[in-house]
Design a protein around this ligand. Structure first.
Ligand SMILES: [Zn+2]
Length: 153
């Protein structure tokens, strides 16, 4: 199956104005009568994209916000696609949390570009200079430029 996971468009999330978060995961439950509930994001996904295709039963979020009902953040996903999107999000989050939000993805990308700029005195690497510049350790920069942390998908 082709990978059809849409990219997060950077637009702000729209949180469901109705319903209550359920006990697990922060998804919003909307009562539909008779003691039954529907998930707000599934309703929104159906409105935006039609009924779920048989092979894509999961309403996935590109933004990772369970309560979000913004149509452009929702897509029908297969189990595999939904797992892939969760994994890539966890990877991003691990990156930012691991370093106690000292660095952001923007800075990490800048570091990766700057690392290739030859440093003064003919040294091949300016890892130390970058560590000083961003106020993090040599090891942190080294791991970033080696791709051991902050893995891009
Ligand atoms: Zn969203």
């Amino acid at each position: 199956m082709k990978n059809t996971i849409p990219r997060f468009d950077g637009e702000p999330c729209i949180l469901s104005p109705i319903g209550k978060p359920n006990s697990r995961g922060g998804y919003i439950r909307v009562p539909t009568g008779g003691g039954k509930y529907k998930m707000a994001h599934r309703i929104a996904c159906t409105e935006a994209h039609g009924r779920a295709p048989w092979d894509k039963p999961i309403a996935g979020h590109t933004c990772g916000t369970p309560a979000c009902i913004r149509p452009s953040h929702l897509f029908w996903a297969s189990v595999k696609e939904n797992m892939a999107v969760c994994r890539s999000r966890q990877r991003h989050m691990r990156g930012e949390e691991h370093h106690k939000a000292k660095l952001t993805w923007e800075q990490v990308r800048r570091i990766r570009k700057e690392e290739h700029v030859p440093a003064e005195h003919g040294r091949r690497s300016n890892v130390m200079a970058l560590a000083n510049k961003y106020g993090v350790s040599y090891v942190t920069i080294y791991a970033i430029v080696k791709g051991q942390t902050w893995k891009e998908d």
